[in-house]
Design a protein around this ligand. Structure first.
Ligand SMILES: [Zn+2]
Length: 133
C-alpha cells in the first residue's frame, strides 16, 4: 500500500519496483528537450514506438539531442549502466535552446559510438513528427 503524501512525514512509499526494473537493464535511451510544449508529443512518440514507462532511460535537457555536450557524456553512461539496445533522439521546431533539425545528424554520430541502433525524430509545432534518416 502506498502512503498518501503526508507532509508531516518525510519518507513516502510511492511505487513498487517491477521485476524488470530490478534487473537494471532497459530497452532504450530517449533524449528530448525540456520544453513543456512537447512533452505530450514525446509521450505519444515513445508510446507509438512501443516503449513503456519504466523501460527506458530518459534524458531531458535543454536542446534535446542538439545538446551535444550532454549527449557525449550521457549516451556512453546510459550504455554502460543500463545497456539500452536503441536510442531515440529528438529535436523540436522553435527550440529556445537553439537546437536545429540539422543537429540530428551530429547527434546520431555521437550516439552511435555507444548505441549503434539510433533513430532520430524532428517534432514540429503543428503536431507532426518526422523521422530523420
Ligand atoms: Zn527546446
Amino acid at each position: 500500500m502506498y502512503d498518501a503524501l503526508d507532509f508531516n512525514k518525510n519518507v513516502h512509499k510511492i511505487y513498487e519496483m517491477s521485476p524488470s526494473n530490478k534487473k537494471h537493464t532497459c530497452h532504450a535511451l530517449i533524449v528530448h528537450c525540456i520544453d513543456f510544449r512537447f512533452q505530450g508529443a514525446i509521450r505519444k512518440l515513445f508510446n507509438s514506438l512501443g516503449l513503456e514507462h519504466g523501460h527506458f532511460d530518459r534524458l531531458s535537457v535543454a536542446g534535446g539531442a542538439g545538446n551535444f555536450k550532454i549527449l557525449e557524456e550521457h549516451a556512453p553512461l546510459s550504455k554502460k549502466l543500463h545497456k539500452p539496445k536503441l536510442a531515440i533522439l529528438t529535436i523540436h521546431e522553435d527550440c529556445g535552446a537553439g537546437a536545429k533539425k540539422e543537429d540530428l545528424r551530429e547527434a546520431r554520430q555521437i550516439t552511435k559510438k555507444s548505441i549503434p541502433d539510433t533513430r532520430c525524430f524532428y517534432l514540429k509545432l503543428n503536431g507532426h513528427c518526422e523521422e530523420v534518416f
